[in-house]
Design a protein around this ligand. Sequence first.
Ligand SMILES: Cc1ncc(COP(=O)(O)O)c(C=O)c1O
Length: 385
Amino acid sequence: MGYRLTRRGILSGGALGAAASLTACATGSASLAEAKGAFPPSAAPLPLFGPAEGQALLSRNENPYGPSPSALDAISKSASKGAYYTNAEAIQSLMKLIAERHGVDPEQVVVTTGSGEALSAIALIYGPKGPIVAPRLFWDTTSLYAANLGMASITRIPLTADMEIDYAGIEAAITPQTGMVQLCNPNNPTGLTTPGSVIRPAVASMAAKTTVVVDEAYIELTDDESAITCMPLVKEGKNVIITRTFSKIYGMAGIRVGYTISSAETAAKIRATVMSSAPCTSTAAAIACYNDEAFITYSKGKIVEGRQMVEATLGTLGLPYLKSQTNFVYFQSGKPANDLQKAMAAEKISIRGQYMDYVPWSRVSMGKIEDVTRFCKTLPRLIGA
Ligand SMILES: Cc1ncc(COP(=O)(O)O)c(C=O)c1O
């Protein structure tokens, strides 16, 4: 398969190199072992929580600007009641807050321990019916979880020449046996965002044939969430499940809170399948920060600041990268991703290694500004610029 260079998402000063390496990663099929080597070996023993002193952690799409002070205060207060199971009223309060923001009924909301738990439950519900149809690159951890249990298989549809999701290709792959379609918008690891004007009609059409899950883990980081989200489709009664998380914009990846929004009937199925109940501390934190607009603005501002620094560096170096609206950037350094990851690890900077057979593509997450600065200063030396 060849690639054109007029693609919308790829920005580059070195377009020819991009064409060659895109072609190199365009073929081949996925294997379950491809997630291996995702994270670099740490040079020093890690502390129990968070990165080691001097380690720039830019590999896991975390947001070091959270948790918000409001969440931290709620965690410490609720921890003193940790002897007790979380009251149903607390979970209902969070469901109500979420429902109010999105204009749905609280019964349509399921609160989970991270959106990963919700997505795993969804894969277990729909996977046994038939293949999970998805873009070739997406956040596949939870589909692989069900696949590894023998409860699902994944049909991966190649990305377009622009590394975008091929919605027509995905729809064409739906059969009466399909378990569900899983999409990720913005997508991970590409960071590319599909506008609502494109994704909504595509999802509406697919949802007439099968259940469609839209993982919106990073949507609060985008320029205009309301122009992108598929939430209106749930409200129109389409067979669509939206997943969201407190791990990204709220900076609470270790606190573990996520949620789904769907029909009340589907929500009941998800609720019956999840395996844990929300800890009191996580529930309290989520209630405290969900509408903390000052924190949300600050958090997004820091992420955008870091992203602009990375984009400026890649632009100056003439390296191809995909235009991201998330807290990570997918780029080509001219070195195989695993080699760059190793060289960065020696500098105590962790970035993501190779995905599948996408050898030339590296992913760097936005961390603390000082860590992003280190990445930007180190990159030219490591690529010999
Ligand atoms: C696209 C996407 N969805 C979901 C998740 C899971 O996040 P969590 O389980 O922390 O909510 C991640 C984690 O990085 C992700 O990248």
